[in-house]
Design a protein around this ligand. Sequence first.
Ligand SMILES: Cc1ncc(COP(=O)(O)O)c(C=O)c1O
Length: 377
Amino acid sequence: MIPFVDLKAQYRSIREDVDAAVLGVLDSGQFTLGSEVAAFEREFAEYCGVAQGVGVNTGTSALHLALLAAGVGPGDEVITVPFTFVATVSAIHYTGAKPVFVDIDPESFTMNPAALAAAITPRTKAIVPVHLYGQPADMDPILEVARKRGLVVIEDACQAHGAEYRGRRAGSMGHMGCFSFYPGKNLGAYGEGGMVVTDDPAYARMIRMLRDWGAEQKYHHVLKGYNFRLEGIQGAVLRVKLRHLESWTEARRAAAARYDRLLSGSGVPTPEAMEYARHVYHVYAIRSGRRQQWQEALSAQGIHTGIHYPIPVHLLPAFADLGYAAGEFPHSEQAANEVLSLPMFAELTAEQCEVVSNAVRSLASTSGVPQALASAK
Ligand SMILES: Cc1ncc(COP(=O)(O)O)c(C=O)c1O
């Protein structure tokens, strides 16, 4: 059996340090925020190359509060992509603003900057590029459009811990960057977690208040805030894990390079690492015109795969009220129909990569790769 991710293997490799860190929090009684969270905020902000980090309870809350801090609210529009996890769009919806979509670039699976200008209206307030699968969006042209039009850029870096765009870390390029520490992420808590990172002390201050009931001083509520605090135990676990993130990322990149090598010549489209990117392979997605058949066949051989994501957000029933129709974002729709995520985690062995690649190669040779897909590579 080859799992899609293996959280237990990772825990076994760091058990002593994690157990000690958790027990330390139990001893300290600092269960919510506290010194471990504060230290993790400093350490993760430094890792991202920014001045400030504000820990929150989820990546979704990080996006929600970053948007609120940017002044986004009812009557505003926020541009993002439909090929993302639903949380990106839900966070925009929570503020009362309207999500507006632009299509992805089919090679990188991230926002097509050339599509941005046409989506901007006088109501547009912010742009949320998503660094999907661990590869940064093409940020320079996005930042240029935003600068010219006076828009705020909030990076959805929930899948992109340690990813880089032309040497700059994910989360450090926009006005704010948002991370998730959901357990399966490249840097995952043992529970839920998230963070906003920013160089702007005013944004950081506002988000610190918003996450803790709008108060800077206990019971002196100056904003209508939320209970979005990061737990002490998660801060302590994440501090331990952050020390390993670079070596885990390199292990993911090595596994991805191995897949690339083993699948080359098979006709199976493998993920494109853009020349500007340090891709951190949160997800390694191949494409197949016969995805369901492939997924079932792999599963029958004990190889677990995932689909990120089967329906683009503009076609989800939950967002039907936005009024988009099938065919409006063809690259997002095609990607949603074809992507298949192979097992990917830092502890994936060379042998496991070979088993998976051989199984995929044999599917490609028996079921064939549709011409359109093979030539897309
Ligand atoms: C692209 C993206 N945005 C936002 C989120 C939301 O993060 P969380 O699950 O921590 O709320 C996730 C992860 O689940 C994600 O992958």
